[in-house]
Write a protein that binds this ligand. Structure first.
Ligand SMILES: O=C(CO)[C@H](O)[C@H](O)COP(=O)(O)O
Length: 225
């Protein structure tokens, strides 16, 4: 399963829809609208995970059993335990904070290989992204996630689209790359030539009046249509 998923991510570009809701009914509404689209990954966002835990992952997965599911655990400690939580819910990918101690990354990576899921290291708040990405590669993470968090987006008025040169440089390390933080259709168009596998979109889809149409337009861009 790990190898099949890694190969898929290497060969196609995916839209990851981040369900950053507190109420699971809001998340279910969006999933029902977008479930027929191709090339999507469904993310159980951190707020949803904190509100509904393993049951929340299971509930969303039961609606879209064939889609790739990310549990955005943003793990800061006990990597192995949080991999187990993601797996129990049926997630295919979990996230660990790249800024945390190597022992946490190692623990997540080891358990993820045993349980056949992928680990994404989130570079949120990492200062020297290239150096840390090199270390994270050595530690065996499967995906590197560039991420400008919601608070930084608001307070500094930036998005992950402002990290274009860093993303290009890290991509030379040969890791799979995910990017998140303030993405919308126009910003994805700006970044489409980058060797990025996963474009994460939260608010631009979930706060839109037409989540399906917005998602469809983005999938079309990613598929070069
Ligand atoms: O992980 C997150 C916040 O920590 C969000 O899921 C991520 O930033 C994507 O959401 P948006 O597109 O609204 O920025």
């Amino acid at each position: 399963m790990r190898e099949v998923l890694l190969e898929k991510l290497r060969t196609e570009k995916f839209l990851q829809i981040a369900l950053d809701f507190i109420d699971i009914n809001d998340a279910i509404k969006v999933v029902n609208e977008v479930k027929d689209l191709e090339n999507e990954i469904i993310e159980i966002g951190t707020p949803l995970l904190k509100s509904f835990g393993i049951e929340g992952i299971r509930k969303i997965k039961s609606i879209v059993p064939d889609k790739i599911i990310v549990a955005d655990t943003k793990t800061a400690d006990a990597g192995d335990v949080e991999v187990e939580i993601a797996k129990l819910g049926g997630a295919n990918i979990m996230t660990v904070l790249g800024i945390m101690d190597d022992s946490t990354i190692h623990s997540a990576v080891k358990k993820a290989r045993e349980l056949d899921i992928l680990v994404q290291a989130d570079l949120i708040n990492v200062k020297n992204v290239y150096e840390r990405a090199k270390e994270l590669k050595q530690l065996g993470v499967d995906i590197i996630g560039f991420h400008v968090g919601l608070d930084v987006q608001k307070s500094r008025g930036i998005s992950v689209a402002d990290l274009k040169s860093e993303i290009r440089k890290v991509s030379e390390l040969g890791l799979l790359i995910s990017i998140a933080g303030g993405l919308n259709k126009d910003r994805i168009l700006e970044l489409i030539d980058l060797p990025v596998s996963i474009y994460v979109v939260g608010g631009a889809i979930t706060r839109s009046k037409e989540p399906k149409n917005v998602s469809k337009e983005i999938v079309n861009i990613l598929k070069g249509r």
